[in-house]
Write a protein that binds this ligand. Structure first.
Ligand SMILES: NC(=O)c1ccc[n+]([C@@H]2O[C@H](COP(=O)([O-])OP(=O)(O)OC[C@H]3O[C@@H](n4cnc5c(N)ncnc54)[C@H](O)[C@@H]3O)[C@@H](O)[C@H]2O)c1
Length: 367
């Protein structure tokens, strides 16, 4: 199979789907094609890829036209739409429920697309990074010099440490806890799953971490210097945990870091932003909602991402996509489109499209 490693086009996105050390682990019976400089910001030069056995092509157009399986990090952006063909297998973080134009194209071209964000049995390796870096960014934005509440992250001569609310204590939220608690921040953790609260408190038994039920959130918001949202929000919900009305109860210089960054999701006033223009204000409250936070540490992030994708890439290349989907239920969980059919239930529900059950596809096709 011809495997293409595309260069990301999203602003300030330096991650790459597979590094040279991953390419070396792909059987030499397959051809690996890399778009020129795709790995540069992740610390991998074209020469490194060539030494690993790959071939370099100069343009995105030649990468897409010469590849069957295309691996990427971020969603397919409109500038890439024209490159997509019916015989492509696209394997990347699609987040298609929130992206109707992209899903339109994937369905219309009849290609196979697999959402990388759905395939991780033990959580995406990039999620902890998003929480860790998002929390660090939140702390920077609590500095008075950056418009924040002016509280230091560590207690100082009787002045208390800055106070953070973290909502959603899964992979991302635990990353945020790691950064904040290691620095001495006073953290209030929230989750709708008691097990997440219990496990976090077991791991961080110290006094500067308290766990809370969601019905306490409104009362505690006024105490926060920063709020970090890490909830895996049910995209079919139309209510919010923090409404626009509730912003009035925050300290005027508090900052919201919405790592989940679902448009009008957990936080009514959230909309995704980019590293180029990361912050906007609603009713005076700063919102930081960058949707590719780990893109800030590409050298680190690409290693874990590639490790997670590689076994699936090898299976798709060695056995073909259908057999790989049959062998790997976690890969199958990510199947989004196939031959013009939509198999990702969440995207079908949110965009009110027809859903085809995965089993129909796997049972109807042989080989
Ligand atoms: N901005 C970025 O760069 C970036 C990077 C990685 C992940 N993310 C996003 O971060 C989010 C969290 O990802 P994760 O890997 O931590 O997910 P996860 O499933 O590991 O954790 C989510 C947590 O949210 C909790 N939760 C779900 N619904 C809730 C509700 N209504 N109220 C309170 N808690 C609730 C769950 O119990 C769970 O503990 C996802 O939306 C993901 O797409 C963003």
């Amino acid at each position: 199979m011809r495997i293409g490693i595309a260069k990301e086009v999203k602003p300030a996105e330096g991650r790459v789907a597979l590094l040279p050390n991953h390419v070396k682990q792909i059987s030499s019976k397959h051809e690996v094609i890399v778009e020129s400089d795709a790995g540069l910001l992740s610390g991998a030069t074209n020469q490194d890829y060539v030494a690993a056995g790959a071939k370099i092509v100069n343009t995105a157009e030649s990468l897409f036209s010469g590849s069957e399986l295309i691996v990427k990090v971020k969603e397919i952006l409109p500038v890439e739409f024209d490159y997509l063909k019916s015989d492509h297998i696209i394997f990347t973080n699609l987040h298609s429920a929130a992206d109707r134009p992209q899903l339109d194209v994937l369905l219309e071209r009849g290609l196979t697309s697999i959402a990388a964000e759905e395939i991780h049995q033990y959580g995406s390796p990039n999620c902890p990074l998003a929480g860790e870096i998002g929390a660090l960014e939140g702390l920077r934005l609590t500095l008075a010099s950056h418009g924040g509440t002016g509280r230091h992250f560590f207690p100082h001569y009787g002045a208390p440490a800055c106070a953070a609310i973290v909502i959603g204590l899964g992979g991302v939220g635990r990353g945020a806890l790691r950064t904040l608690l290691s620095l001495g921040v006073q953290v209030m953790g929230f989750d709708n799953y008691d097990g997440a609260l219990f496990r976090s408190k077991l791991d961080w038994p110290q006094d500067n971490f308290t766990t809370h039920q969601l019905n306490e959130l409104a009362a505690l918001l006024p105490q926060a210097d920063m709020i970090v949202n890490c909830v895996l929000w049910d995209k079919t919900r139309d209510d919010h945990l923090i409404t626009r009305e509730m912003l009035k109860t925050l300290k005027p210089t508090a900052v919201i870091v919405d790592v989940s960054c679902d448009t009008a999701g957990t936080i009514e006033t959230c909309k995704p932003t980019s590293w180029d223009d990361p912050i906007y204000k609603v009713d005076g409250i700063r919102h930081f909602c960058v949707d590719n936070i780990p893109g800030a540490t590409p050298v680190t992030a690409s290693q874990g991402y590639g490790n997670a994708l590689l076994p699936y890439v090898n299976d798709i290349a060695d056995f073909g996509v259908l057999e790989a989907l049959k062998r790997n239920p976690w890969l199958a969980k990510g199947l989004t489109t196939f031959n013009g059919l939509l198999t990702l239930k969440e995207a079908a529900q949110v965009q009110q499209r027809k859903h085809t059950d995965l089993s129909e596809i796997l049972n109807s096709c042989s080989g």
